[in-house]
Structures are given as C-alpha cells and as structure tokens.
Design a protein around this ligand. Structure first.
Ligand code: HAM
Length: 422
C-alpha cells in the first residue's frame, strides 16, 4: 500500500472546520492591520534560500528539498516564506508603492526534518511581512498582530520571548566576544556545537543539549553589546510593547534558526513547553532585500505553523462549531419525482441551504438510511402523489414529525428547524 510520505499528513474533512476557522480569524486580523495577501511559487531558485537563510544554517545544510529540474535549473521547495516575498517585492518594483508594503501569505513549507509531534516535512505557515520601514513601532505592531491572532483563537498561557541580536555594525564584535567565551568550553559541547563555534557561533546559544545550555546560560549577552542605534531601537520596542500591554521575557538565548535577522527577534511559545513547540516566530531583517540585489530596505515579519496552532487549540479544548451539515435530503420515488427533486434541490441551494439527493434508484427505506448516515436534518419524500400536488412529505429527523408541505413553502419550513450553530 502506498502511504503519504513520512512527515506529511492529510487534512481530513473532520479537521477542516478548525483549519477554516483559523484561516478566517487570521484573515480578519490581516485586514484590520492593513495587510494584503500575496502568493509565491512552491519552488524557487535554490540560491534564493542559500543567500538569505544562510549557508551555515540547519535548513540549508540538512533540510532543503533541492533538485535539478529537467532543464538543469537548481530548484528548492520553499523551506520558509520570507525570502520569496522579498524576491517578489524586488521583482515587482514594490519599493515604488507607499511604504511599508504589508503582505501576508498562507503557504506550504518543506523541511527535511526528523518528524515528531508538531514537526512535519510539509507544514502550513501563515506569515506576515511589513517591508520598507525602520520604525520600532512596526516591530511592536507585528508582534501585536501575532499576539492578537493567538488570543482571538482563544489560546491561553502563551509567553513572548524577545531579544535583539544587533546589526552588521555591532554583531561582529559581539560574535568575537562570544567565540572568546566559548574557547575554554568547546571540549564539553555537543558535536553540532563544536562545528557551530567556528561556522555560526550565534547558534551556540539555542542548542537543546543540556551541557551546551548551561554553557550558553553564562555567555555574554547580545543586548549588552548593541551599538547605540540597535540599543535605541530595542528600548523603543520595549516601551511600545509595554504600551500595548503585551508581557514579554527578554531571552538572551533566543537567536532563531535563520541568518537574515537583525535587531529584533521574537517567538511566541506555549508556557508549559520548550522551544520545540514554538507557535510562531519572527523578527527584523534589514539587510535581506539589499543582499538579494534590491535597494536597501528595512523589514520585519513573523510566521506561525497552522499545525502547531491546531495542536494547541485541541489541547486547550478550543474546537470551533461543527460545519453546517445537510439541511435537506431529497428522497424521490420514481424518475419523474427525481427530476423534480433535482430542481427543488438546486433552488434550495440558490437560497443558501445545503441539500443532497438520494443516489441511485434506492427503496425509500434505503434512502432513509442514507439520510441518517449523513445526519440530514430533514428528508423531503416525493412520490407520484406529492408530485401531482406540488408538495413533499417533510420529515424532521430530530423529532420524527412528518407533514405535507407545498414545494413553495419548503424553504420556510426548513428554516424553522435550523442547524445547531448556524
Ligand atoms: P520559523 O521559526 O522557521 O520562521 O518558522 C515559523 C513557524 O513555523 C514556527 O514557529 C513553527 O510554528 C512553524 N514550523 C516551523 N517548522 C515546522 C515544522 N517542521 N513542522 C511544523 N511547523 C513548523 C520562519 O520560517 C520565518 N520565515 C518567519 C519570519 C517571517 N521571520 C520574518 N518574517
């Protein structure tokens, strides 16, 4: 039997209501914060990610789905959504639009990771990017939008982790200080961190290994090594977050797994879990567009995994109302009644009802069983007699009550017994 590839999952009809609810809630908030939807291709030129996400990152080193297409081009399934949006910003001359350009997306993301609870090789992200403004108030607004979306879905016990990792002016000196601090400690580090010490020292700070964590705890902090511009930015951001009443923890070990960040980085985490279950994260990336060959353009954004939201909503018992179901199930007896039933169902759907017609030439008993199987609220039975009188026998499946209803009055009769939650 062929099965779904490891690390992927089908989203079945019973899970759709929660997914649609999340999407609707997110879209509503995007409108309120003046974001416009954008869509980019599932695959891009491999270089787009190597140059932005960073050659030394786990994503580029171990996780990308990269291949040569039949024309010999180096292609990668998108392992994140920010670089493609920036590529589109440059390609479509969006620097000529009023700034900041605020864009959001729902996108499938591909990372060859070790699958575990909440970690997939294909996952779905919602992301938002505000491009073209250096103001720390925009960082605060992006964080506020993320926070508001999670709250509006009913999620509780979340924490906001915040840090500033500086810019190209102050980070090199900080990295030297960090490397120096680690010099005497390398023997105790895990193999990954031994490699990171020379290749990507910032990532030493967020290793999940316990010995590496205690080394990181005592390490010099990036927030103590910021240039005046980054320090002012961080101070202003903290002031704005306080004004917006968003509680935050300064977490000096928060560095994120992508290399393009400058200044602000943040993550939203469920309180009782570790970093493995991060709900969403983001930050500022002031050099990314320039590094892709565009004009120097500051930007800030965040993304969240829909699967992680679903897991947390289920854990917290936050399920949305079930979908609408079947308002009326047409049960015609004989071909002339079937013709009439087709037209009646079409008319009811035009009026906004959900309607099904019994399949095949089943007996009335079999049709009733089918209606039960679909949990229909009403069955409209039509034989020759009803056809002659332009009526149906309408059975309310909740009460068992049965009555003759003129076809012209059918919609009204169904309306009197609406679905729960509609
Ligand atoms: P990221 O932290 O790599 O950031 O991913 C964002 C979110 O996607 C994570 O917080 C998590 O909820 C979800 N996620 C990541 N990997 C997986 C996985 N394997 N399975 C399920 N969910 C996952 C970014 O991708 C940045 N582009 C975010 C950003 C936008 N920064 C600025 N703008």
């Amino acid at each position: 039997m062929i099965q779904a590839p490891r690390g992927t999952q089908d989203i079945l009809p019973e899970d759709q209501p929660v997914w649609r609810h999340i999407e609707t809630e997110i879209t509503t908030h995007c409108r309120r914060y003046c974001y416009q939807r954008v869509e980019t291709p599932v695959f891009e030129d491999t270089n787009l990610f190597v140059r932005t996400v960073g050659e030394a990152t786990d994503i580029v080193q171990k996780e990308m789905y990269t291949f040569k297409d039949r024309g010999g081009s180096e292609i990668t399934l998108r392992p994140e959504g920010t670089a493609p949006v920036c590529r589109a910003y440059i390609e479509h001359g969006m620097q000529n639009r009023p700034q900041p350009v605020k864009l959001y997306y729902f996108a499938t993301i591909y990372r060859y990771e070790r699958p575990q609870a909440g970690r997939y090789r294909e996952h779905h992200q919602f992301g938002a990017e505000a491009i073209g403004d250096v103001d720390p108030a925009l960082d605060a607004e992006v964080i506020h939008m993320a926070w508001t979306i999670f709250k509006s879905l009913g999620l509780k016990n979340l924490t906001l982790q915040l840090n500033s990792i500086g810019c190209r002016n102050c980070r090199p000196a900080y990295l030297q200080t960090l490397v120096k601090y680690y010099e005497g400690l390398t023997a105790d580090l895990c193999d990954d961190c031994k490699a990171r010490a020379s290749r990507n020292p910032l990532r030493l700070l967020d290793c999940k290994n316990r010995t590496c964590q205690s080394a990181a705890d005592g390490s010099p902090k990036s927030v103590d090594n910021l240039c005046p511009e980054c320090r002012d930015h961080f101070e202003a951001l903290k002031k704005y977050l306080a004004a917006l009443e968003i509680p935050f923890n300064i977490n000096h070990r928060l560095v994120r797994g992508l290399d393009y960040y400058t200044k602000t980085v943040f993550e939203v985490q469920p309180e009782d879990e570790g970093g493995q279950s991060t709900l969403g994260g983001g930050g500022r990336y002031d050099n990314l567009i320039e590094e892709l060959g565009g004009p120097a353009t500051p930007a800030v954004g965040f993304a969240t995994g829909i699967e992680r939201i679903v897991v947390n909503m289920k854990k917290q018992g936050l399920l949305p109302p079930a979908s609408q179901g079947v308002d009326v199930f047409m049960a015609p007896i004989g071909e002339p009644a079937k013709l009439a039933a087709l037209k009646i169902a079409a008319d009811l759907r035009r009026q906004g009802f959900t309607a099904m017609i019994a399949s095949g030439g089943k007996s009335l008993k079999a049709q009733m069983r089918q209606a039960n199987g679909f949990a229909a609220r009403h069955v409209a039975i039509m034989g020759d007699e009803e056809l002659k009188n332009s009526s149906v026998v309408l059975k309310n499946m909740g009460t068992g009550e049965q009555k003759n209803v003129a076809i012209a009055a059918l919609a009204e009769a169904i309306k009197q017994n609406p679905a729960a939650g509609t």
